[in-house]
Write a protein that binds this ligand. Structure first.
Ligand SMILES: [Zn+2]
Length: 297
């Protein structure tokens, strides 16, 4: 665990002019990797996700709306708007997740995607700044490649209700969802376990939930939705500090390492705010995930 090894990080720049963290944050993280390189980290251009891949997860009418901009109630349903570059942008960011997951599955090593805006997307519409659910599309791609058990580990501050609804009853994909806010919560959904944590018991809950995963050695790949929005300065809750987040990442990657399970991470949430985190500080939080993934690889 002391050796730093090569790690592939998938990223392609968004073309959309919509200015919001979900679309622009990956670019700032990628820029930081040029300005302040991290040992062993290599940024790779992803293959964009295709319309057909999206249609395995989403209603074709919704996919068509995101491509063409009409009807607007569907095209704009991510909550942040639509422009003629939105589809190409989310095709790149979702393709990055798929490529990271396949890389981890095939090489048995950690990888990642500088992608956000995934876990709230539903079958027939976007939701909560999420357009398409690349977590589920990537999990399906892993099953196609031969994986038999994919775990989506979602520690974004908000619940992954989009993912839960999409994997309900799907063999081979399960979700462990540890959240601090109730947005997009759900109950009684097969394959998903939702646990609410607080600023004071956050690490304890994560530690317990990881320890309770049944037969972790049989998981072929973990898709880690590593949101930074639980952080108290990144739109999260008091008590979840940088030290807590750093420990969270260490716990997740050490657990996966101990069970010989490769992890593909995504950036997920984490927001700049007045009086809170700046973009530089947010980038540094996401770099904790990358550094930990590279160190425990
Ligand atoms: Zn979130």
């Amino acid at each position: 665990m002391d050796t730093i090894n090569d790690i592939a990080i998938f990223f392609g720049r968004a073309l959309t002019k919509i200015v919001f963290e979900t679309f622009i944050k990956g670019g700032f993280v990628a820029d930081s990797l040029v300005e302040r390189p991290m040992p062993g980290v290599r940024v790779v251009e992803p293959v964009p996700m295709t319309r057909e891949e999206f249609e395995r997860v989403h209603d074709p009418a919704y996919v068509a709306a995101v491509i063409g901009g009409d009807p607007t109630h569907l095209a704009w349903s991510n909550g942040k708007g639509w422009d003629e570059w939105l589809f190409a942008s989310v095709a790149i960011s979702n393709g990055a997740v798929r490529d990271a997951v396949l890389e981890a599955y095939r090489t048995r090593r950690n990888s990642g995607a500088l992608s956000s805006g995934l876990h709230h997307a539903k079958y027939e519409r976007g939701d909560g700044y999420c357009t398409f659910n690349g977590l589920v599309a990537a999990a399906l791609a892993a099953l196609d490649a031969g994986a038999r058990r994919v775990l989506i580990l979602d520690v974004d501050a908000h619940c992954g209700g989009g993912t839960a609804s999409l994997i309900d009853g799907v063999d081979g994909i399960e979700q462990l969802d540890i959240s601090v806010f109730g947005f997009d919560s759900y109950r009684d959904v097969a394959n998903s376990r939702l646990v609410m944590a607080t600023g004071s018991n956050y690490l304890e809950v994560i530690d317990r939930e990881l320890a309770n995963v049944v037969d972790p050695g049989s998981i072929d790949v973990v898709i880690f939705n590593a949101g930074m929005d639980p952080h108290e300065d990144a739109a999260g809750v008091t008590g979840i500090t940088t030290e807590v987040i750093a420990e969270r990442e260490r716990m997740v990657f050490a657990w996966a390492w101990a069970n010989q399970v490769p992890v593909a991470f995504t950036l997920a949430g984490g927001y700049i705010r007045e009086g809170g985190a700046t973009m530089d500080e947010l980038v540094d939080l996401h770099r904790l995930t990358i550094a930990t993934a590279a160190a425990v690889n």
